[in-house]
Ligand binder design. Sequence first.
Ligand code: GLN
Length: 263
Amino acid sequence: MTEKELLLTALLNCKRSDLYTGGVSLDDKKEEILSSMLIRRKQGEPIQYITGFTEFMGLHFKVDNRALIPRPETEILVEQTVQLIENHFSGKDIGILDLCTGSGNIAISLAKSLENVKITASDISDRALELAKENAVINNAQGKIGFLESNLFDKLSRDRLFDIIVCNPPYLKSDELEQSPIELSFEPRIALYAGKKGILFYSEIIKQAPRFIKKDGYLIFEIGFNQLRQIKKISDASKKFVLEKVIKDYNNIDRVIFLRKVN
Ligand code: GLN
């Protein structure tokens, strides 16, 4: 769909084909809303914030400035995690922690794709968590997900070990802030930027995660452009994980990594 079609179908709550078969029309009120939508778009606001939703893993997610807009690359993390569970953990009850859940896209799509999972979805932002809870209800996934407001592992019980931790943390370098496209300025900064090198969260999570993952469990990250080498170094130095798999995205960029906990 073109952007105009996206805006119109969202505004009129109709299908693309309805726009051309004459079944829908714009009254004065809707005309007014459409022109304000077009102005917002011209000012650089992401279209998903204007329509109020996005698709992720074929599911409908509400989005607004409380959380990052789910990106298509992140679907790779979800697909690969589902595959890993089907191959290595099939038939077992699996505990998953989704750190930095944001809109809840990863936790919710995992919950919809897998049978025997219990997922904890955490985020430091109470506003993001509210949105994630709304998305769990929209997608009827609330039964499998518990939500937790926590700065990484701070509020997690020390007695509970997860089979898998997934995380798409903020990973942009802080000096990219200036040259970033205008669209990014509409999204929460805390969901995007991660210190000078963009690897702040990877080092912190690799440091703390071993206490929360079972032996032979996995820490699965989405990573940023050119970060693989640095993250591998941190992981190797921890002596707790081996880098088992690296998956590239549609642009041939290393995007998702599996770290297996070895001791
Ligand atoms: N988990 C969410 C996503 O993958 C949010 C990630 C974030 O805020 N960095 O889109």
